[in-house]
Design a protein around this ligand. Structure first.
Ligand code: SF4
Ligand code: SF4
Length: 144
């Protein structure tokens, strides 16, 4: 009976003097891993517009059916998403949209800090996704 008690105390003592695992969030933050899938963002062209060509592949592949795309064309013939929306309340952050995108426009970002009270704030539209880019220095930019 005393042996298990001593073993338990030994474990307690061992961890009592080791480095704590907890961090003092939000004063301290941890770097998310490369594989982390946080809030999406759009890669941008030089003029600041999205790289998305509104092909609809992400919309088709999304298992949660939470992406909505409406395509339009510039006079040059280049397509762009007149409407692009991700419903963040339904997204399961699987990353399929990022994987399937032929022009690497939609990316899974590192941002995990997003707290809102209205459902409407979780509709990630064109402008939101372009703004999120600021929080995500990307692989594509590193190559430029
Ligand atoms: S991460 Fe997955 S669930 Fe979320 S929008 Fe992309 S494909 Fe859909
Ligand atoms: S984000 Fe990519 S996959 Fe989705 S519509 Fe735009 S170009 Fe197509």
């Amino acid at each position: 009976m005393i042996l298990p008690l001593l073993k338990g105390l030994a474990v307690t003592l061992k961890y009592f003097f080791s480095r704590p695992f907890a961090i003092q969030y939000p004063d301290e933050k941890i770097e998310m891993t490369d594989r982390w899938r946080g809030i999406h963002y759009f890669e941008r062209r030089e003029d600041g517009s999205t790289q998305c060509v509104a092909c609809g592949l992400c919309e088709a592949v999304c298992p949660s059916e939470c992406i909505y795309v409406e395509a339009e064309e510039y006079k040059t013939g280049r397509r762009f998403p007149r409407v692009y929306e991700i419903d963040g309340t339904r997204c399961i952050f699987c990353g399929y949209c990022e994987e399937v995108c032929p022009v690497n426009a939609i990316r899974m970002g590192k941002n995990y800090e997003y707290v809102k009270h209205e459902r409407s704030d979780f509709i990630f539209n064109n402008n939101f996704l372009i703004e999120q880019k600021k929080l995500n220095p990307s692989i594509l930019d590193d190559r430029e």
